[in-house]
Design a protein around this ligand. Sequence first.
Ligand code: HSE
Length: 331
Amino acid sequence: MRVGVFGATGAVGKELVQVLGDRRYPVTELRLFASTRSAGTRIKTPFGEKTIEVYDPAKPPRLDLALLAVSGDWSKAHAKELVAAGAVVVDNSSAFRLDDSVPLVVPEVNAEAAKGARLIANPNCTTAILAVALAPLHREFGLKRVIVSTYQAASGAGAEGMEELETGLKEVLLNGGTAKNNVFRHPLPMNLIPHIDSFQPNGYTREEMKVTWETRKIMGLPDLLVSCTAVRVPTLRAHAEAATIETVKPITPGAARAALANAPGVKLVDDVENALYPMPLTASGRYDVEAGRIRQSLVFGDHGIDFFVVGDQLLKGAALNAVQIAEALPV
Ligand code: HSE
């Protein structure tokens, strides 16, 4: 397969190249595209050393697969050109996610939606991580309502976000200074920020509404009630989420554990006696979404549970999901 990675020098782009190598995706030719700032840079990949190219819209490359880790504006301008030039495009931005003609895919949940599509949207990271755990629970118990609070890592704001957190932590901890902030709205070290993306007229942020809109689309449940509070926390690359669900059928913690233990993409980590539960420390760099802290909901009684999930934002929340979509496509 001739594969192009667009935005190859960013945090998600670098993971895309790595995941293609780790999963032995059948790459016959790999081309890496980024902005003019990185043009000509040689970088080592699992497929040998490659030179960063700048995309020329007048001459779209001939690719079988294009993985886009670029801005929504870039995707809107160029994704369809790449399709017209023969590629199947998996786009990581929000440009097409809510477009009825574009499938929004988490392969463990709705792989079949990608069938025959030439342009496929990769979901918002928080949503993809949550959907992997919600799907098996929905299959067995039916979902009625989902209430979720997130604890989102600096990586969600890209390499610059990670760098700002690391630099700020050093400044505060080693020099006793004050952390500067350009990427985040407030300094992140020793803080958390209940504000990701722009506020909407209804008081939710766009990040929070993405969880509602995209969960509904991926799960094929247009009326599912989903409410999210999205919070940036000073962790590096795994997003954590506390969820409460109300179910159609009765549910017990034991039955929920059994459903999650057998679900693809989920690792059950739920042994509170031994203080084992999902954490960014253990989920970072891993493919599986950790699920645990499962308990009967005090609010919804025998029709609800509370649980906690953590997934690597750059992997299941981005690059891994995109490569899994590509793997699910007919070659
Ligand atoms: N918007 C997410 C975040 C990352 O800021 O954490 C990408 O889905």
